[in-house]
Design a protein around this ligand. Structure first.
Ligand code: PAN
Ligand code: ZN
Length: 191
């Protein structure tokens, strides 16, 4: 009987660190060995310690993957560092249900949200603690860490959005975020 009963929530979010604790929370990790072909400088990536953590993602999934009408809530932690001259970053994806949008917000560290539309136009916006980012449907998205600390970013997206990694794996983003003279610079990937 739920009528008139009072409950403690079964999950918590630490607002300062982004850490999710409680039931229905999963964590996945991407190591350097999982990111073959993601960075421009594959030779540099292959010479790195392959079991080095690149990023991890905590997700609260109160409903199954693909569920119509539900929401997922996650925290991404992207390690600091460079692969060659390119900032550490996530694989990036379109959503499988291509119209599905997503919110990101900055929690800690400084990064860039790299966005690409279906026409192949790529741009990026700074992610800082408190910044809020609406990612429309039909826009691929990836996070890069441009600071010396772990980049922590919150996210909320529809449970039926899904992740299409194959389009990015095949074609990549049309621009890459490189450190040039110490500054984050978007560079045309074709050059
Ligand atoms: C995020 C991403 C997370 C990891 O939760 O999944 O930052 O990036 P990749 O999935 O590209 O490896 C999100 O955008 N969910 O939809
Ligand atoms: Zn997404």
């Amino acid at each position: 009987m739920k009528h008139l009963s009072l409950h403690e929530p079964t999950q918590s979010l630490d607002l300062a660190s982004g850490k999710l604790v409680g039931s229905e929370i999963t964590e996945s990790r991407r190591l350097i060995q999982d990111l073959a072909g993601v960075f421009a400088d594959e030779v540099s990536r292959s010479k790195m310690r392959q079991d080095q953590l690149a990023y991890r993602v905590q997700v609260h999934k109160p409903v199954p993957d693909g569920c119509d009408g539900g929401l997922f809530f996650g925290t991404s932690y992207i390690e600091a560092g460079l692969v060659g001259s390119e900032y550490m970053m996530t694989k990036g994806h379109f959503h499988s249900r291509i119209d599905a949008a997503e919110y990101y917000w900055g929690i800690a560290g400084i990064g860039m949200l790299i966005l690409m539309n279906e026409s192949g136009e790529t741009w990026a916006e700074y992610v800082r603690p408190g910044s809020l980012h609406y990612i429309p449907g039909r826009v691929a998205h990836r996070l890069a860490n441009v600071s010396k600390d772990t980049l922590v970013v919150g996210a909320c997206w529809p449970s039926d959005a899904g992740h299409d990694y194959s389009t990015i794996a095949a074609k990549g983003f049309t621009a890459r975020l490189m450190q040039i003279n110490g500054t984050p610079t978007l560079v045309d990937a074709a050059i």
